[in-house]
Design a protein around this ligand. Structure first.
Ligand SMILES: Cc1cc2nc3c(=O)[nH]c(=O)nc-3n(C[C@H](O)[C@H](O)[C@H](O)COP(=O)(O)OP(=O)(O)OC[C@H]3O[C@@H](n4cnc5c(N)ncnc54)[C@H](O)[C@@H]3O)c2cc1C
Length: 517
C-alpha cells in the first residue's frame, strides 16, 4: 500500500480528485482509500483546508514517483502475545470500571483470564438515572454519580480521545478500534481530535461490558473496595463491602476522586503528592469561537475548539483544559458538602455554548509534601465552593470576577448547565494567587481569541478534578507491592480517557508476561 501525507484539500474539493492529482494518476487507477488522519488547517483564514494522511491501494504502483510524503507503508497494528508461565490459581481483581479498568479487563479476557471487575457505582443504564436525578433535583448518590459508576469519570464527558502520550506499540490504535467495534463512529479512527460524546459512550460501555462477560469476566457493581490484607509483602485478600475475597493480582483503576480509598491505601502503599491544576470553567457563545477560529461558522467542520496556554509574570502556568465545543458545564460532585464541576457534550456538540476549564498549576510548594496534602487542599476548596452556594454551582460574569463582586444577571451568553447554579463571587472560593493568575491568563487569551475575555463570558467554580493530586508509586514491573498494580489517572499514570485505557492495557500485558491461566 502507498501512504500519502500532507494531502491538503479545499472544503469543496473531493478527496479522490486531490489524491489522483497529487499522485499524478487518473482517479480510475485508485482501488481504495483508507483515511489514517484528518485535520483542519485554518491558519490562513478565510482559506480553510482539510489535511489528510491516507493509505491507498492502486491498480498499478509502478507509475508512482515516491518522495517524503508518498511512500510504501502498511497500517499500524497492535499485537500482543502473552508469554507468562507462572500458573495463576485465583482470579485477578480489578477495582474500578473506568477506562483503565475496563481496558485492563478486556485485554485479560481476550487472553483467557477471567477477572472480577469491582465497581462501587451502578451499571451505566442505572447510573444515568442517578446522574439525572442529581442534575434535576440536586439529590446526590455518593457512590453513583458523574464521576463514580460504570464507565468511570469519562462517561458523562465530551469523550475526547486525543492524547499526547508516546505510543510505538500502537495501543492507541487498539483503543480507538475497540471503541469503534463497540459502537463509536468510524471517524474516531482518523480525526485528529476524535470525540464520542456522552450519548454514544453510554451504549459503548454497555456493549463492552457484555463482551467482557461473554469472555468470562464478572462484574460486581455497588461493590466498594474497603480494605486490603497484605501478607509477607504481597496481596492476599481484599475486603469488598463486608466480605473478603482471596487474590494474587489486584489492579487498582480507582480514578482520582475516591478520597476514602486513597486514605485506606495510604496505610499500605507508597504514595506521594504531585502537582496538579485547578481553577474555573468558562462559557462563551460557540458562534464567537467558530468565527475566531474559522472566520465564520462552517457546518461541515462542526463547532470549533481551542487550546490556549499562558505563563503569568510570576511564572505560574495557566491553560485551557478539556474544552467542550457545543457542551454543558456539569456538576460532577461526588460527596455531599463538596462541589466540583467539569464539562460534557453529546456527539453532535449542539448546544449554543463552548466551554473549557481554565486552570492554574499548583504544586506541593503550595499545599504541602505529605502524600495526601494535595487531596486535602483540593477538598478544602471544594467545600468552600459548596458552602458559598449551598450546593449550587457558583457562577459569575468575567467582568464581575475581575471586580470582585457578585453578578446580578447574564449578558450576551446564555448559560448551559447540567445542575443548578447561583451567582456568587468566585474570589471568595479560590486563593488570591489562583484568582490573580486566572485574571491575567484570561486577559491574555483574549488577545489570541477575539472575545475570549469579554465582560459577558460566564465563569463557574470550581474545576478541581483535572488530574490526580497524588501518585501511587509502582516499580518496573508496575507493582506497588507484590501483586498490586495501580493504573490509570488516579494512580498518576494517565490524564484522560485514552491514556488511562492505554495504561490499563500496558499493565495487563505486564501481568500476562508473567502469569498464565
Ligand atoms: C465530566 C468529565 C468530563 C471529562 N471529559 C473528558 C474528555 O472529554 N476526554 C478525556 O480524555 N478525559 C475526560 N475526563 C477525564 C477522564 O474521564 C479520566 O481521565 C478517565 O476517566 C480516567 O480513567 P480511570 O480509569 O483512570 O479512572 P475513572 O474513570 O475515574 O474510573 C475509576 C472508577 O473506579 C471506581 N472506584 C473508585 N474507588 C473505588 C473503590 N474503592 N471500589 C470500587 N470502585 C471504585 C469509580 O467509581 C470509577 O468508576 C473527564 C472527566 C469528567 C469527570
Amino acid at each position: 500500500m502507498i501512504r500519502v501525507r500532507q494531502l491538503k484539500i479545499r472544503l469543496d474539493e473531493s478527496l479522490l480528485d486531490a489524491l489522483a492529482k497529487k499522485l499524478k494518476i487518473k482517479k480510475e487507477e485508485i482501488i481504495s482509500v483508507d483515511i489514517i488522519k484528518e485535520s483542519i488547517d485554518s491558519r490562513k483564514k478565510p482559506d480553510i483546508y482539510l489535511v489528510y494522511e491516507v493509505l491507498v491501494n492502486l491498480k498499478d504502483e509502478s507509475k508512482i514517483k515516491f518522495d517524503n510524503d508518498i511512500f510504501i507503508s502498511s497500517k499500524a497494528k497492535y499485537t500482543y502475545i502473552p508469554k507468562g508461565n507462572i500458573k495463576l490459581d485465583k482470579r485477578p481483581i480489578i477495582i474500578g470500571a473506568g477506562p483503565s479498568g475496563l481496558f485492563a479487563a478486556y485485554m485479560l479476557c481476550l487472553n483467557g483470564f477471567k477477572p472480577i471487575i469491582v465497581e462501587r457505582g451502578k451499571k451505566v443504564e442505572e447510573r444515568i438515572i442517578d446522574v439525572n436525578t442529581f442534575f434535576e433535583k440536586g439529590i446526590l448518590n455518593e457512590e453513583d454519580n458523574v464521576t463514580f459508576g460504570e464507565g468511570g469519570a469519562g462517561t458523562f464527558s465530551d469523550g475526547k480521545l486525543n492524547t499526547m502520550i508516546k505510543d510505538k506499540e500502537n495501543r492507541i490504535t487498539f483503543v480507538l478500534e475497540t471503541f469503534h467495534k463497540f459502537g463509536a463512529p468510524k471517524e474516531i479512527l482518523y480525526e485528529a481530535k476524535p470525540h464520542i460524546g456522552t450519548d454514544l459512550l453510554i451504549n459503548i460501555i454497555k456493549s463492552m461490558r457484555e463482551e467482557i462477560i461473554k469472555l468470562g469476566g464478572e462484574f460486581r457493581f455497588n461493590t466498594c473496595l474497603k480494605d486490603l490484607v497484605i501478607s509477607n509483602g504481597r496481596i492476599e485478600k481484599v475486603l469488598l463491602n463486608d466480605y473478603y475475597v482471596d487474590t494474587d493480582i489486584l489492579i487498582l483503576g480507582i480514578g482520582h476522586s475516591a478520597h476514602d480509598t486513597f486514605h485506606m491505601l495510604n496505610k499500605y502503599l507508597k504514595m506521594e503528592a504531585k502537582p496538579f491544576a485547578l481553577g474555573v470553567r468558562i462559557q462563551h457563545n460557540q458562534k464567537m469561537i467558530d468565527e475566531s477560529q474559522y472566520g465564520r461558522v462552517i457546518e461541515k467542520l462542526g463547532p470549533a475548539s481551542y487550546k490556549l496556554t499562558y505563563q503569568t509574570k510570576s511564572g505560574r502556568g495557566v491553560y485551557t483544559f478539556c474544552m467542550c465545543p457545543g457542551g454543558y458545564v456539569v456538576n460532577s460532585s461526588t460527596k455531599e458538602g463538596y462541589l466540583s464541576i467539569n464539562g460534557m457534550s453529546n456527539y453532535k456538540r449542539d448546544t449554543s455554548n463552548a466551554n473549557s476549564a481554565i486552570i492554574v498549576t499548583v504544586s506541593p510548594k503550595d499545599f504541602g509534601t505529605n502524600p495526601l496534602d494535595g487531596l486535602n487542599f483540593q477538598k478544602s476548596l471544594e467545600k468552600k465552593a459548596y458552602d458559598i452556594g449551598n450546593g449550587l454551582i457558583p457562577t459569575q460574569l468575567y467582568k464581575d470576577f475581575k471586580e470582585n463582586r457578585k453578578s446580578e444577571k447574564f449578558g450576551s451568553v446564555n448559560p448551559v448547565f447540567k445542575g443548578g447554579y447561583t451567582f456568587q463571587d468566585i474570589n471568595l472560593i479560590l486563593p488570591e494567587y489562583i484568582c490573580d493568575a486566572l485574571k491575567e491568563g484570561i486577559g491574555a487569551f483574549g488577545k489570541k481569541i477575539e472575545g475570549f475575555s469579554n465582560d459577558d463570558a460566564i465563569i463557574s467554580a470550581i474545576e478541581s478534578r483535572t488530574s490526580s493530586p497524588v501518585k501511587i508509586l509502582r516499580d518496573d514491573e508496575f507493582e506497588s507491592i507484590k501483586g498490586i498494580y495501580p493504573i490509570g489517572e488516579g494512580a498518576g499514570y494517565a490524564g484522560g480517557i485514552t491514556s488511562a485505557a492505554c495504561d490499563g492495557i500496558k499493565v495487563s500485558e505486564k501481568i500476562m508476561d508473567k502469569y498464565k491461566i
